[in-house]
Design a protein around this ligand. Structure first.
Ligand code: PMT
Length: 424
Protein backbone atom coordinates (compact mmCIF):
# COMPACT_ATOMS: atom_id res chain seq x y z
CA UNK A 1 0.00 0.00 0.00
CA UNK A 2 1.27 3.51 -0.83
CA UNK A 3 2.20 5.70 2.11
CA UNK A 4 0.01 8.76 2.71
CA UNK A 5 1.78 11.62 0.99
CA UNK A 6 2.38 14.93 2.78
CA UNK A 7 1.29 16.82 -0.34
CA UNK A 8 -1.96 16.12 -2.13
CA UNK A 9 -1.26 16.08 -5.87
CA UNK A 10 -3.62 16.06 -8.84
CA UNK A 11 -3.29 12.90 -10.88
CA UNK A 12 -5.12 12.07 -14.09
CA UNK A 13 -5.40 8.35 -14.78
CA UNK A 14 -6.25 7.79 -18.45
CA UNK A 15 -7.57 4.34 -19.26
CA UNK A 16 -7.31 2.83 -22.74
CA UNK A 17 -9.57 0.15 -24.16
CA UNK A 18 -7.74 -3.07 -23.38
CA UNK A 19 -8.43 -6.09 -21.22
CA UNK A 20 -5.77 -4.87 -18.75
CA UNK A 21 -8.08 -1.92 -17.88
CA UNK A 22 -9.32 -3.86 -14.83
CA UNK A 23 -5.79 -3.85 -13.35
CA UNK A 24 -5.82 -0.05 -13.33
CA UNK A 25 -8.34 -0.12 -10.49
CA UNK A 26 -5.42 -1.04 -8.18
CA UNK A 27 -3.34 1.83 -9.59
CA UNK A 28 -6.16 4.30 -8.86
CA UNK A 29 -6.37 2.92 -5.33
CA UNK A 30 -2.56 3.27 -4.91
CA UNK A 31 -2.81 7.00 -5.62
CA UNK A 32 -6.01 7.70 -3.64
CA UNK A 33 -4.61 5.87 -0.60
CA UNK A 34 -1.56 8.12 -0.79
CA UNK A 35 -3.97 11.05 -0.40
CA UNK A 36 -3.91 12.30 -4.01
CA UNK A 37 -6.84 13.73 -5.97
CA UNK A 38 -7.39 11.29 -8.83
CA UNK A 39 -9.46 12.00 -11.97
CA UNK A 40 -10.07 8.99 -14.17
CA UNK A 41 -10.56 9.62 -17.90
CA UNK A 42 -11.37 6.43 -19.78
CA UNK A 43 -11.70 6.18 -23.54
CA UNK A 44 -15.04 5.03 -24.90
CA UNK A 45 -13.48 1.60 -25.54
CA UNK A 46 -12.18 1.38 -21.94
CA UNK A 47 -15.77 1.58 -20.68
CA UNK A 48 -16.50 -1.68 -22.50
CA UNK A 49 -14.07 -3.39 -20.06
CA UNK A 50 -14.72 -1.48 -16.79
CA UNK A 51 -17.80 0.63 -16.07
CA UNK A 52 -17.71 4.34 -15.20
CA UNK A 53 -19.30 3.57 -11.82
CA UNK A 54 -16.23 1.55 -10.77
CA UNK A 55 -13.87 4.40 -11.66
CA UNK A 56 -16.13 6.94 -9.91
CA UNK A 57 -16.30 4.84 -6.75
CA UNK A 58 -12.54 4.28 -6.65
CA UNK A 59 -11.54 7.87 -7.41
CA UNK A 60 -14.37 9.68 -5.64
CA UNK A 61 -14.65 11.93 -8.71
CA UNK A 62 -17.01 12.09 -11.70
CA UNK A 63 -15.96 10.21 -14.82
CA UNK A 64 -16.51 11.29 -18.40
CA UNK A 65 -15.00 10.41 -21.78
CA UNK A 66 -16.29 13.26 -23.94
CA UNK A 67 -15.14 16.82 -24.54
CA UNK A 68 -18.81 17.86 -24.87
CA UNK A 69 -19.82 16.79 -21.35
CA UNK A 70 -19.75 19.61 -18.78
CA UNK A 71 -18.81 22.11 -21.51
CA UNK A 72 -19.16 25.05 -19.10
CA UNK A 73 -16.23 23.67 -17.06
CA UNK A 74 -13.99 23.33 -20.17
CA UNK A 75 -12.79 20.04 -18.65
CA UNK A 76 -10.32 19.14 -21.41
CA UNK A 77 -8.32 22.28 -20.69
CA UNK A 78 -8.73 22.39 -16.92
CA UNK A 79 -7.86 18.76 -16.17
CA UNK A 80 -4.66 18.81 -18.22
CA UNK A 81 -3.48 22.21 -17.01
CA UNK A 82 -4.05 21.40 -13.35
CA UNK A 83 -2.55 17.90 -13.36
CA UNK A 84 0.73 17.13 -11.56
CA UNK A 85 0.96 13.74 -13.28
CA UNK A 86 -0.88 11.90 -16.05
CA UNK A 87 -0.68 8.09 -16.11
CA UNK A 88 -2.13 6.30 -19.13
CA UNK A 89 -2.71 2.59 -18.51
CA UNK A 90 -3.26 0.47 -20.42
CA UNK A 91 -1.82 2.57 -23.24
CA UNK A 92 -3.12 0.73 -26.31
CA UNK A 93 -1.50 0.96 -29.75
CA UNK A 94 -4.42 3.07 -30.97
CA UNK A 95 -4.32 5.46 -28.02
CA UNK A 96 -0.56 6.00 -28.38
CA UNK A 97 -0.99 6.55 -32.15
CA UNK A 98 -3.64 9.20 -31.51
CA UNK A 99 -1.52 10.84 -28.78
CA UNK A 100 1.62 10.81 -30.96
CA UNK A 101 -0.32 12.44 -33.81
CA UNK A 102 -1.64 15.15 -31.47
CA UNK A 103 -5.29 14.18 -32.03
CA UNK A 104 -7.88 15.56 -29.62
CA UNK A 105 -10.97 13.56 -30.48
CA UNK A 106 -11.94 12.61 -26.94
CA UNK A 107 -11.43 14.02 -23.45
CA UNK A 108 -8.31 11.94 -22.77
CA UNK A 109 -6.34 12.93 -25.89
CA UNK A 110 -7.49 16.56 -25.51
CA UNK A 111 -6.26 16.49 -21.90
CA UNK A 112 -2.89 15.15 -23.04
CA UNK A 113 -2.45 18.19 -25.29
CA UNK A 114 -3.02 20.62 -22.44
CA UNK A 115 -0.97 18.75 -19.79
CA UNK A 116 2.44 20.26 -18.97
CA UNK A 117 3.28 17.79 -16.19
CA UNK A 118 5.08 14.41 -16.45
CA UNK A 119 3.09 11.96 -18.59
CA UNK A 120 3.59 8.21 -18.17
CA UNK A 121 2.26 5.84 -20.85
CA UNK A 122 2.12 2.22 -19.68
CA UNK A 123 1.59 0.11 -22.79
CA UNK A 124 -0.27 -3.20 -22.97
CA UNK A 125 -0.94 -4.99 -26.25
CA UNK A 126 -0.09 -8.10 -28.19
CA UNK A 127 3.58 -8.58 -29.01
CA UNK A 128 3.04 -8.12 -32.75
CA UNK A 129 1.36 -4.76 -32.14
CA UNK A 130 4.12 -3.65 -29.72
CA UNK A 131 6.83 -4.59 -32.21
CA UNK A 132 5.09 -3.16 -35.30
CA UNK A 133 7.13 -0.32 -36.86
CA UNK A 134 4.13 2.03 -36.55
CA UNK A 135 3.97 1.51 -32.77
CA UNK A 136 7.78 1.70 -32.47
CA UNK A 137 7.68 5.07 -34.24
CA UNK A 138 4.77 6.33 -32.13
CA UNK A 139 6.63 5.37 -28.94
CA UNK A 140 9.73 7.22 -30.17
CA UNK A 141 7.59 10.27 -31.03
CA UNK A 142 5.95 10.30 -27.60
CA UNK A 143 9.38 10.07 -25.94
CA UNK A 144 10.66 12.90 -28.14
CA UNK A 145 7.67 14.96 -27.02
CA UNK A 146 8.81 14.48 -23.43
CA UNK A 147 6.56 11.64 -22.26
CA UNK A 148 7.81 8.56 -20.44
CA UNK A 149 6.73 5.39 -22.23
CA UNK A 150 7.20 2.43 -19.89
CA UNK A 151 8.72 -0.80 -21.15
CA UNK A 152 6.04 -3.49 -20.88
CA UNK A 153 6.54 -6.81 -19.14
CA UNK A 154 6.80 -10.14 -20.90
CA UNK A 155 4.44 -12.94 -20.00
CA UNK A 156 0.94 -14.25 -20.51
CA UNK A 157 -1.17 -12.01 -22.76
CA UNK A 158 -4.91 -12.24 -23.44
CA UNK A 159 -5.61 -15.75 -24.66
CA UNK A 160 -2.96 -18.43 -24.76
CA UNK A 161 -0.06 -16.39 -26.17
CA UNK A 162 2.91 -15.04 -24.23
CA UNK A 163 5.49 -12.38 -25.09
CA UNK A 164 6.40 -8.72 -24.63
CA UNK A 165 3.41 -6.42 -24.22
CA UNK A 166 1.97 -7.36 -20.85
CA UNK A 167 0.96 -4.50 -18.53
CA UNK A 168 3.48 -4.17 -15.66
CA UNK A 169 2.02 -4.99 -12.24
CA UNK A 170 -0.11 -2.20 -10.68
CA UNK A 171 2.40 -1.86 -7.78
CA UNK A 172 5.13 -1.15 -10.28
CA UNK A 173 2.99 1.41 -12.16
CA UNK A 174 2.30 3.11 -8.83
CA UNK A 175 6.02 3.22 -7.99
CA UNK A 176 6.89 4.70 -11.39
CA UNK A 177 4.16 7.31 -10.97
CA UNK A 178 5.43 8.20 -7.49
CA UNK A 179 8.93 8.52 -8.91
CA UNK A 180 7.83 10.96 -11.62
CA UNK A 181 5.92 13.00 -9.04
CA UNK A 182 9.10 13.27 -6.93
CA UNK A 183 11.45 13.78 -9.88
CA UNK A 184 9.86 14.53 -13.27
CA UNK A 185 13.07 13.79 -15.22
CA UNK A 186 13.84 10.52 -13.40
CA UNK A 187 13.21 8.17 -16.30
CA UNK A 188 15.00 9.36 -19.45
CA UNK A 189 15.37 6.62 -22.06
CA UNK A 190 19.18 6.88 -21.92
CA UNK A 191 20.34 3.33 -21.20
CA UNK A 192 19.23 1.66 -24.43
CA UNK A 193 21.64 -1.14 -25.35
CA UNK A 194 23.38 -1.10 -21.94
CA UNK A 195 23.66 -4.58 -20.37
CA UNK A 196 23.30 -4.35 -16.62
CA UNK A 197 23.93 -7.05 -14.03
CA UNK A 198 22.51 -6.25 -10.59
CA UNK A 199 22.54 -8.29 -7.36
CA UNK A 200 19.84 -7.85 -4.71
CA UNK A 201 18.65 -9.27 -1.41
CA UNK A 202 20.41 -11.24 1.27
CA UNK A 203 22.34 -14.48 1.00
CA UNK A 204 21.41 -17.48 3.14
CA UNK A 205 24.17 -19.74 4.43
CA UNK A 206 22.74 -23.15 5.31
CA UNK A 207 23.43 -24.71 8.71
CA UNK A 208 21.27 -27.79 8.26
CA UNK A 209 18.21 -28.68 6.14
CA UNK A 210 16.00 -26.20 8.03
CA UNK A 211 18.26 -23.43 9.34
CA UNK A 212 20.48 -20.77 7.84
CA UNK A 213 22.51 -17.66 8.69
CA UNK A 214 20.94 -14.66 6.94
CA UNK A 215 20.39 -10.90 7.16
CA UNK A 216 17.59 -8.34 6.97
CA UNK A 217 18.02 -7.28 3.34
CA UNK A 218 14.64 -7.14 1.58
CA UNK A 219 16.04 -6.69 -1.92
CA UNK A 220 14.04 -3.46 -2.30
CA UNK A 221 17.07 -1.32 -3.20
CA UNK A 222 18.38 -3.80 -5.77
CA UNK A 223 14.90 -4.30 -7.25
CA UNK A 224 14.44 -0.52 -7.45
CA UNK A 225 17.70 -0.26 -9.41
CA UNK A 226 16.67 -3.06 -11.75
CA UNK A 227 13.21 -1.53 -12.28
CA UNK A 228 14.51 1.97 -12.99
CA UNK A 229 17.34 0.71 -15.23
CA UNK A 230 14.96 -1.43 -17.32
CA UNK A 231 12.58 1.51 -17.68
CA UNK A 232 15.51 3.63 -18.90
CA UNK A 233 16.06 1.05 -21.63
CA UNK A 234 18.82 -1.14 -20.14
CA UNK A 235 18.87 -4.90 -20.65
CA UNK A 236 18.85 -6.01 -17.01
CA UNK A 237 19.70 -9.29 -15.31
CA UNK A 238 18.87 -9.33 -11.61
CA UNK A 239 20.56 -11.97 -9.46
CA UNK A 240 18.33 -12.18 -6.40
CA UNK A 241 18.87 -13.84 -3.05
CA UNK A 242 16.26 -13.78 -0.28
CA UNK A 243 13.91 -10.86 -0.92
CA UNK A 244 10.65 -9.44 0.33
CA UNK A 245 9.17 -8.12 -2.90
CA UNK A 246 5.63 -8.80 -4.21
CA UNK A 247 6.62 -9.39 -7.84
CA UNK A 248 9.36 -9.11 -10.40
CA UNK A 249 10.16 -5.86 -12.21
CA UNK A 250 8.89 -5.65 -15.79
CA UNK A 251 11.33 -6.55 -18.57
CA UNK A 252 14.00 -7.85 -16.17
CA UNK A 253 15.54 -11.33 -16.26
CA UNK A 254 15.59 -12.66 -12.70
CA UNK A 255 18.05 -15.38 -11.59
CA UNK A 256 17.55 -16.89 -8.12
CA UNK A 257 20.41 -17.78 -5.77
CA UNK A 258 20.61 -18.66 -2.08
CA UNK A 259 24.20 -18.58 -0.79
CA UNK A 260 27.15 -16.22 -1.28
CA UNK A 261 29.00 -18.83 -3.31
CA UNK A 262 26.01 -19.28 -5.64
CA UNK A 263 25.87 -15.51 -6.03
CA UNK A 264 29.60 -15.40 -6.76
CA UNK A 265 29.24 -18.07 -9.44
CA UNK A 266 26.45 -16.17 -11.23
CA UNK A 267 28.09 -12.75 -10.95
CA UNK A 268 31.53 -13.83 -12.16
CA UNK A 269 30.08 -15.84 -15.05
CA UNK A 270 27.69 -13.10 -16.20
CA UNK A 271 29.94 -10.05 -15.58
CA UNK A 272 32.00 -10.74 -18.71
CA UNK A 273 28.86 -9.95 -20.77
CA UNK A 274 27.82 -6.86 -18.80
CA UNK A 275 28.53 -3.16 -19.34
CA UNK A 276 27.61 -2.36 -15.74
CA UNK A 277 27.72 -4.53 -12.60
CA UNK A 278 25.99 -3.33 -9.42
CA UNK A 279 26.43 -5.23 -6.14
CA UNK A 280 23.45 -4.16 -4.01
CA UNK A 281 23.10 -7.59 -2.36
CA UNK A 282 23.89 -7.99 1.32
CA UNK A 283 26.39 -10.82 1.16
CA UNK A 284 27.20 -12.88 4.27
CA UNK A 285 30.88 -12.54 5.08
CA UNK A 286 30.85 -15.96 6.80
CA UNK A 287 29.27 -19.39 6.30
CA UNK A 288 29.19 -22.49 8.47
CA UNK A 289 32.21 -24.70 7.78
CA UNK A 290 29.91 -27.65 7.20
CA UNK A 291 26.21 -28.11 6.48
CA UNK A 292 24.66 -30.86 8.60
CA UNK A 293 22.85 -33.47 6.52
CA UNK A 294 20.15 -33.87 9.20
CA UNK A 295 18.48 -31.31 11.45
CA UNK A 296 20.86 -30.42 14.32
CA UNK A 297 19.33 -31.69 17.58
CA UNK A 298 19.28 -29.66 20.79
CA UNK A 299 21.42 -32.26 22.56
CA UNK A 300 21.90 -32.82 26.30
CA UNK A 301 24.58 -30.20 26.77
CA UNK A 302 22.98 -27.37 24.75
CA UNK A 303 23.87 -26.17 21.23
CA UNK A 304 27.29 -26.95 19.77
CA UNK A 305 29.29 -23.86 18.65
CA UNK A 306 29.04 -23.05 14.94
CA UNK A 307 32.40 -23.00 13.22
CA UNK A 308 32.58 -20.41 10.43
CA UNK A 309 34.55 -20.00 7.23
CA UNK A 310 35.07 -16.73 5.35
CA UNK A 311 33.04 -16.23 2.19
CA UNK A 312 34.67 -14.88 -0.97
CA UNK A 313 34.53 -11.10 -1.44
CA UNK A 314 32.56 -11.04 -4.71
CA UNK A 315 32.89 -7.31 -5.37
CA UNK A 316 36.66 -7.37 -4.84
CA UNK A 317 36.80 -10.46 -7.07
CA UNK A 318 34.96 -8.63 -9.86
CA UNK A 319 37.39 -5.71 -9.68
CA UNK A 320 40.36 -8.13 -9.67
CA UNK A 321 38.81 -9.96 -12.65
CA UNK A 322 38.66 -6.69 -14.55
CA UNK A 323 42.30 -5.92 -13.74
CA UNK A 324 43.24 -9.44 -14.92
CA UNK A 325 41.35 -8.93 -18.21
CA UNK A 326 38.67 -11.57 -17.50
CA UNK A 327 36.05 -8.80 -17.44
CA UNK A 328 36.25 -6.01 -20.07
CA UNK A 329 38.14 -2.93 -18.89
CA UNK A 330 35.22 -0.65 -19.80
CA UNK A 331 32.79 -2.50 -17.45
CA UNK A 332 31.56 -0.10 -14.78
CA UNK A 333 31.55 -1.71 -11.31
CA UNK A 334 29.36 -0.26 -8.55
CA UNK A 335 29.44 -1.40 -4.92
CA UNK A 336 27.27 -0.65 -1.92
CA UNK A 337 28.41 -0.11 1.65
CA UNK A 338 26.19 -0.65 4.65
CA UNK A 339 27.99 1.30 7.37
CA UNK A 340 27.62 2.39 10.97
CA UNK A 341 29.78 5.05 12.59
CA UNK A 342 32.13 4.04 15.46
CA UNK A 343 35.09 5.34 17.45
CA UNK A 344 37.28 5.19 14.31
CA UNK A 345 35.06 7.47 12.20
CA UNK A 346 31.65 8.30 10.78
CA UNK A 347 29.67 6.47 8.10
CA UNK A 348 31.20 8.55 5.30
CA UNK A 349 34.78 7.98 6.58
CA UNK A 350 34.21 4.23 6.54
CA UNK A 351 32.64 4.51 3.09
CA UNK A 352 35.66 6.37 1.69
CA UNK A 353 38.00 3.71 3.11
CA UNK A 354 35.82 0.94 1.64
CA UNK A 355 35.88 2.56 -1.82
CA UNK A 356 39.70 2.54 -1.72
CA UNK A 357 39.80 -1.07 -0.47
CA UNK A 358 37.29 -2.48 -2.97
CA UNK A 359 38.56 -0.52 -5.97
CA UNK A 360 35.16 -0.13 -7.67
CA UNK A 361 34.16 2.91 -9.79
CA UNK A 362 31.23 4.03 -7.63
CA UNK A 363 30.26 3.16 -4.07
CA UNK A 364 26.81 3.86 -2.63
CA UNK A 365 27.19 4.42 1.10
CA UNK A 366 24.12 4.01 3.28
CA UNK A 367 23.94 4.36 7.03
CA UNK A 368 22.40 1.28 8.63
CA UNK A 369 21.28 0.38 12.16
CA UNK A 370 18.33 1.87 14.10
CA UNK A 371 15.92 0.53 11.46
CA UNK A 372 17.62 2.32 8.54
CA UNK A 373 18.12 1.04 4.97
CA UNK A 374 17.55 -2.70 5.56
CA UNK A 375 13.92 -3.55 4.74
CA UNK A 376 12.75 0.08 4.56
CA UNK A 377 10.80 1.73 1.70
CA UNK A 378 13.09 4.80 1.75
CA UNK A 379 16.82 5.31 1.81
CA UNK A 380 19.47 8.03 1.85
CA UNK A 381 23.25 8.16 1.65
CA UNK A 382 26.15 9.24 -0.51
CA UNK A 383 27.53 8.22 -3.84
CA UNK A 384 31.32 8.18 -3.87
CA UNK A 385 33.22 8.00 -7.17
CA UNK A 386 36.77 6.72 -7.66
CA UNK A 387 37.74 10.18 -9.01
CA UNK A 388 36.92 11.73 -5.60
CA UNK A 389 33.48 13.12 -6.50
CA UNK A 390 30.99 12.82 -3.62
CA UNK A 391 27.27 13.24 -4.21
CA UNK A 392 24.63 13.44 -1.50
CA UNK A 393 21.61 11.20 -2.11
CA UNK A 394 18.63 12.95 -0.49
CA UNK A 395 16.13 10.98 1.57
CA UNK A 396 13.38 9.45 -0.55
CA UNK A 397 12.03 6.22 -1.99
CA UNK A 398 14.51 3.54 -3.00
CA UNK A 399 13.31 4.04 -6.59
CA UNK A 400 14.20 7.74 -6.34
CA UNK A 401 17.62 6.83 -4.94
CA UNK A 402 18.05 4.31 -7.77
CA UNK A 403 17.29 6.98 -10.36
CA UNK A 404 20.03 9.24 -8.97
CA UNK A 405 22.55 6.38 -8.86
CA UNK A 406 21.70 5.52 -12.48
CA UNK A 407 22.36 9.12 -13.55
CA UNK A 408 25.96 8.63 -12.45
CA UNK A 409 26.19 5.19 -14.00
CA UNK A 410 24.85 6.62 -17.28
CA UNK A 411 27.62 9.23 -17.26
CA UNK A 412 30.26 6.46 -17.02
CA UNK A 413 29.02 3.96 -19.65
CA UNK A 414 30.27 4.69 -23.17
CA UNK A 415 26.81 5.31 -24.65
CA UNK A 416 25.24 6.69 -21.47
CA UNK A 417 23.85 10.19 -21.70
CA UNK A 418 23.54 11.06 -18.01
CA UNK A 419 25.50 13.66 -16.08
CA UNK A 420 26.56 14.67 -12.62
CA UNK A 421 24.28 16.75 -10.47
CA UNK A 422 23.66 17.59 -6.83
CA UNK A 423 27.29 17.31 -5.72
CA UNK A 424 28.04 17.81 -2.00
O1 PMT B 1 17.77 -4.94 0.46
P1 PMT B 1 17.23 -3.72 1.18
O2 PMT B 1 16.37 -4.09 2.36
O3 PMT B 1 16.56 -2.76 0.24
O4 PMT B 1 18.47 -2.94 1.81
C1 PMT B 1 19.43 -2.37 0.98
C2 PMT B 1 20.84 -2.63 1.49
C3 PMT B 1 21.05 -1.90 2.79
C4 PMT B 1 21.07 -4.14 1.67
C5 PMT B 1 21.78 -2.10 0.35
O5 PMT B 1 21.52 -0.77 0.15
C6 PMT B 1 23.26 -2.30 0.73
O6 PMT B 1 23.86 -1.51 1.40
N1 PMT B 1 23.84 -3.44 0.25
C7 PMT B 1 25.20 -3.86 0.58
C8 PMT B 1 25.20 -4.49 1.94
C9 PMT B 1 26.57 -5.01 2.29
O7 PMT B 1 26.79 -6.19 2.20
O8 PMT B 1 27.45 -4.11 2.58
P2 PMT B 1 28.99 -4.41 2.97
O9 PMT B 1 29.50 -3.10 3.41
O10 PMT B 1 29.07 -5.57 3.88
O11 PMT B 1 29.65 -4.84 1.58
C10 PMT B 1 30.25 -3.90 0.69
C11 PMT B 1 30.07 -4.34 -0.74
O12 PMT B 1 30.75 -5.59 -0.96
C12 PMT B 1 28.63 -4.57 -1.17
O13 PMT B 1 28.50 -4.13 -2.51
C13 PMT B 1 28.46 -6.08 -1.08
O14 PMT B 1 27.49 -6.54 -2.03
C14 PMT B 1 29.86 -6.57 -1.42
N2 PMT B 1 30.25 -7.82 -0.76
C15 PMT B 1 30.23 -7.95 0.60
C16 PMT B 1 30.66 -9.12 1.18
C17 PMT B 1 31.10 -10.18 0.36
N3 PMT B 1 31.52 -11.32 0.88
N4 PMT B 1 31.12 -10.03 -0.97
C18 PMT B 1 30.69 -8.87 -1.54
O15 PMT B 1 30.72 -8.73 -2.77
Amino acid sequence: MAERSTTRRRIVVGVGGGIAAYKVCSVIRHFTEAGHDVRVIPTRAALKFVGAATFEALSGNPVTTEVFDDVDEVAHVALGRQADLVVIAPATADLMARAAAGRADDLLTATLLTARCPVLFVPAMHTEMWEHPATVENVATLRRHGATVAVPASGRLTGADTGAGRLPEPTEIGLLGDLLLARPDALPHDLGGVRMLISAGGTREALDPVRYLGNHSSGKQGYALARAAAQRGAQVTLVAGAVDEPGEPAAVEVVRIASARELQEQMIRRAAEADVVIMAAAVADFRPVSVAGAKIKKGESGPAPIELDTNPDILAGLVAGRTAGEIPERTVIVGFAAETGDEHGGVLDHGRAKLRRKGCDLLVVNAVGDGRAFGTEDNTGWLLAADGTEIGLPYGSKTLMASRILDEVASLVPNGEGGRSGEV
